[in-house]
Design a protein around this ligand. Structure first.
Ligand code: URA
Length: 209
């Protein structure tokens, strides 16, 4: 799985275990999602291009690197992807935020778009798509399709938990994107929930049921 990067950092693994625990409440759950997104973002952004600028320190003038060119767009898939935005945004406060709203047909599990608003133009930006759960892959594939239709070229996808089935489908549909996952779980169940997973990420982030 060459374009899949699975996180191995012990802090990420520890925090994922806290997420999985059904006794972890909303406040802790949403903080953990944000923290994991930041740690994953640190890894996902390690190839950001740099350029040298000249600055004056209190001692002398020197050349020093800054992030080059147009910066980042973070695009959460609504609603659970929203929980990861602040973690990545803390790393790159100048990032623009797009939103993609998809709902999943409860019977067919096929995703339908109900909202798509992206920074314009999107073509020069590195786009980080966030969704804590990469389950069937349907929403992820559709979201990346929409972003590409709007001109997006350099796309990274970040999920905290992935099912092998969805990961494979996303890779096959979009072999050109890099996929960062906190952990690859065992399988999907008959209701398209990830096992062992953590339940419904959106409900647990926002305290809904
Ligand atoms: N979405 C979730 O929130 N959880 C799953 O297990 C699968 C999809």
């Amino acid at each position: 799985m060459s374009n899949v990067i699975e996180m191995t950092h012990p802090l990420i693994q520890h925090k994922i275990t806290r997420l999985r625990d059904k006794n972890t409440g909303t406040a802790e759950f949403s903080s953990l999602v944000e923290e994991i997104a930041m740690l994953m973002g640190y890894e996902a952004l390690k190839d950001l291009p740099l350029e040298e600028i000249e600055i004056e320190t209190p001692i002398e003038t020197c050349k020093s690197p800054v992030i080059a060119g147009k910066k980042l767009a973070i695009v959460p898939i609504l609603r659970a992807g929203l929980g990861m935005v602040s973690g990545v945004q803390a790393l790159v406060p100048t990032a623009k935020i797009g939103h993609i709203g998809l709902y999943r047909d409860e019977v067919t599990h096929i995703p339908h778009e109900y909202y798509c608003k992206l920074p314009n133009p999107i073509s020069e930006r590195l786009i980080v798509v966030t969704d804590p759960m990469l389950a069937t892959g349907g929403s992820a594939i559709a979201a990346v399709d929409f972003i590409k239709q709007h001109g997006g070229k350099k796309i990274k996808f970040m999920a905290i938990i992935a099912a092998p089935e969805g990961l494979k489908k996303l890779q096959e549909a979009h072999p050109d994107i890099q996929i960062y996952v906190g952990h690859i779980d065992r399988e999907l169940n008959e209701n398209a929930y990830i096992c062992p997973g953590l339940g419904d990420a959106g409900d647990r982030i926002f305290g809904t049921k």
